[in-house]
Design a protein around this ligand. Structure first.
Ligand SMILES: Cc1ncc(COP(=O)(O)O)c(C=O)c1O
Length: 340
């Protein structure tokens, strides 16, 4: 399976999940143990993203976290015609957010290296812009947008700044990229334990710098002993929360670092192997490989049983997740040789 952004959970995550299958973090006054674990998960995520006093929650995934980022920015602004400015490389969850929240999504072109074009973002932002989005680890090319520059644009138009590190967040601490809360005065971030964090599905993450951002999301919760709720979902997976804590405690930072180094080496190896065979490739920034291969070859590889996917422009996309080994990639390349 070379196309997934999820992976086999760490054994500790699997075990922790099993203990909390019926616990509901959406009712923290009843399920106090899982509520404590959620606070711990947020604290651990804060370490990873360099946010000393993190606030936030474990979501159902990156989609919910991104929707909540848009919702919080919209609720904190007074404009009647809000818009969100993002590079065209943003995940499709922002289209859902715009649709359900009645917000205009303005996507602008990326540059020749698939990163947000800062000038295009600046040109699209105006006084009705409530949020600027940058992606730290894009879904199709694993690129990191120029987060500090985008954050300056957000400040210029008095908008919030959101970083979508749903996939990249557990790899980026081991790079020299500027992407986190210490690198720029960003307001919110998505970072998903159920992707490179090796927790079980579902375990997304939504983090905010300022508790007032969560207040902008909170609704009152009559019939629960807790008073308000900032998540979009009500009843949530205790398994996801417990597994996030277990995975991060087992792997942060050395286990994630080793994993990143191995996956990055694999991504570079595959890129080179594909380039050697004459295919046009994209140099990886994170462990994600993109290469242009003929459509019949793509179809033939799918027919051989390889789970592979395509970028929007039709290029082969291989995500080197922890379950992807060098041996697997060697056999993938051997099949390419056999089929060409
Ligand atoms: C950058 C990015 N953001 C958000 C998402 C959505 O996450 P989920 O599928 O967990 O809702 C993805 C999914 O791959 C992603 O790559």
């Amino acid at each position: 399976m070379l196309s997934s952004m999820c992976t086999q959970p760490h054994p500790a995550a699997r075990e922790a999940a099993g203990e909390f299958l019926a616990a509901n973090p959406g009712d923290p006054a009843t399920y106090q143990e899982i509520a404590d674990l959620e606070r711990r998960a947020v604290e651990l995520l804060g370490d990873i993203v360099d946010l000393p006093q993190p606030e936030g929650f474990i979501s159902s995934g990156g989609t919910e976290a991104n929707i909540q980022a848009v919702r919080a920015a919209r609720n904190r602004s007074s404009t009647a015609t809000p818009n969100v400015v993002a590079p065209e490389s943003v995940h499709f969850s922002f289209s859902k957010a715009a649709d359900v929240l009645g917000v205009e999504l303005r996507t602008v072109p990326v540059d020749s290296d698939y990163r947000a074009d800062v000038a295009a973002v600046a040109a699209a932002a105006d006084r009705e812009t409530v949020l600027i989005v940058g992606v730290a680890g894009t879904t199709e090319h694993g690129r990191v947008d120029p987060i500090p520059e985008l954050t300056e644009i957000a400040a210029d138009v008095d908008a919030s700044m959101h970083v979508d590190a749903a996939w990249g967040g557990f790899a980026l601490p081991f790079t020299d990229q500027a992407w986190n809360f210490a690198d720029a005065p960003i307001d919110t971030m998505t970072i998903d334990p159920h992707k490179l964090g090796q927790a079980v599905v579902p375990a997304g993450g939504f983090l905010v710098r300022d508790a007032a951002t969560l207040d902008a999301l909170a609704v009152e919760t009559p019939y629960l002993e807790s008073t308000s709720q900032a998540t979009l979902t009500g009843t949530r997976s205790g398994a996801g929360v417990a597994s996030a804590v277990a995975a991060i405690e087992a792997l942060w930072p050395d286990g994630y670092r080793r994993q990143f180094e191995r996956s990055m080496a694999d991504a570079e190896w595959l890129t080179e192997a594909l380039a050697d065979r004459g295919f046009e490739t994209v140099e990886p920034t994170l462990p994600l490989v993109a290469a242009r291969i003929p459509e019949p070859l793509f179809e033939a590889l799918r027919a051989e049983g390889w789970r592979i996917s395509r970028t929007g422009s039709g290029a082969l996309r291989v995500v080197c997740m922890p379950h992807v080994t060098r041996e697997m990639l060697r056999s993938f390349v051997a099949d390419i040789d056999k089929l060409t």
